[in-house]
Write a protein that binds this ligand. Structure first.
Ligand code: FDA
Length: 322
């Protein structure tokens, strides 16, 4: 828990995020981030496609408070959409609203999202609005519903740790939705803190959307939840074209291939220079991931101790500096 909190705090640190952008993929991030540029990402997606796996591509970026940077991010996403089309990739787009201006101005963000969704629509391509922290949830849903008045190629994410997710999913059942546990640090006022409660809610949301909703993306690496869903779809004759499993790039790759044999499967493919926040959240939600991604840096046995020490040290320095 201490390690999780340290890593979560580090994931939100803007100074470290800015420093990470200056360097290439470090700390083993290259095993879970599909390159820092378009060409590297395209090669990674081609390899996934060759295995029968679709990709949802995230041109990484967050902590954007500057209009010029948000506009550049939007333009890069338009390029990704064109690249998917030009290279005939089996892929679509995932976007974090804060990357294209949610923290600057909601109308500005909406205009950027609208341009992205409209551009993707001409190729019949889906756009997922990734769900960020609770403070950004309502505005994300408001923009989604506004976009949906004009476009039907847009959907979003339901986070099972949130108390309100059940109500939201009933309201949004006509959307294509990705169901996840939730990756941010939320207070006990709005979110379950207990793993079992989150797991139960996750399954209830998945079951509801499979039975009543549009298309469901079941996004988890948790084999117990996956086994439950496999049984549920069999028991209820849910056809394969109503759902897919999703996992993150570089995680449980054997299981990804295994699931692809019987089900639609989509890998979330993050790429770009802005890898730091994404990478730290992956370490925070499962500190064992440190073993997976830092083999090159640390001796395996001392990983956790060193990571805690490094995190505490950096945090201490930052707190002193304010
Ligand atoms: P969790 O980390 O809870 O692990 C459960 C169990 O599964 C572990 O105890 C272990 O047994 C097994 N396990 C998990 N990972 C393993 C591994 N690598 N190797 C071996 N065993 C492993 N969040 C969000 O807030 N907004 C979003 O938009 C998204 N989008 C998103 C897309 C996709 C495709 C995925 C997979 C996830 C997200 N998330 C997200 C993140 C999500 O909310 C959540 O934080 C992570 O998926 C971690 O939860 P899991 O359910 O994967 O397993």
């Amino acid at each position: 828990m201490v390690l999780r909190n340290v890593l979560m705090n580090l994931s939100e640190n803007e100074m470290l995020n800015a420093a990470a952008q200056k360097y290439g993929l470090k700390l083993g991030a290259e095993s879970v981030v599909a390159g820092t540029n378009l060409e590297e990402m395209i090669e990674s997606v081609k390899k996934l496609n060759a295995q029968g796996i679709e990709a949802t591509i995230d041109n990484l970026g967050e902590f954007v408070y500057d209009e010029a940077i948000a506009t550049k991010a939007k333009d890069e996403i338009l390029e990704v959409i064109d690249a998917i089309q030009t290279h005939g990739l089996n892929a679509h787009i995932s976007v974090k609203p804060s990357q294209v201006g949610l923290d600057i101005d909601i109308d500005f963000c909406y205009d950027n999202l609208r341009e992205i969704v409209e551009h993707a629509a001409q190729y019949g391509m889906f756009v997922n609005l990734d769900m960020e922290n609770y403070a950004r949830l309502q505005s994300t849903l408001d923009m989604l519903q506004e976009l949906n008045k004009v476009f039907d190629n847009v959907g979003t994410v339901m986070q099972a740790y949130l108390f309100r997710a059940k109500e939201d999913i009933e309201r949004l059942k006509d959307y294509r939705l990705r169901i996840v546990k939730g990756a941010y640090k939320e207070s006990a006022e709005v979110a379950y803190q207990d793993k079992l409660e989150i797991d139960i809610n996750f399954l209830e949301l998945v079951e509801y959307h499979l039975l009543h909703g549009k298309f469901t993306s079941i996004a988890t690496h948790d084999h117990n939840l996956i086994a439950h869903v496999k049984q549920f779809v069999a028991d209820h004759d849910i056809p394969n074209d109503k759902f897919e499993f999703q996992m993150l790039y570089g995680f449980r790759t054997d299981m990804q291939k295994e699931l692809t044999k019987d089900y639609n499967f989509c890998t979330y493919v993050p790429f770009g220079k802005d890898w730091y926040g994404y990478f730290m959240r992956r370490l925070a939600e499962r500190p064992q991931n440190i073993n997976l991604v830092t083999k090159q840096v640390f001796n395996k046995k001392t990983n956790t101790i060193l990571a805690v020490a490094a995190g505490a040290f950096i945090l201490g320095r930052l707190t002193k500096r304010k």
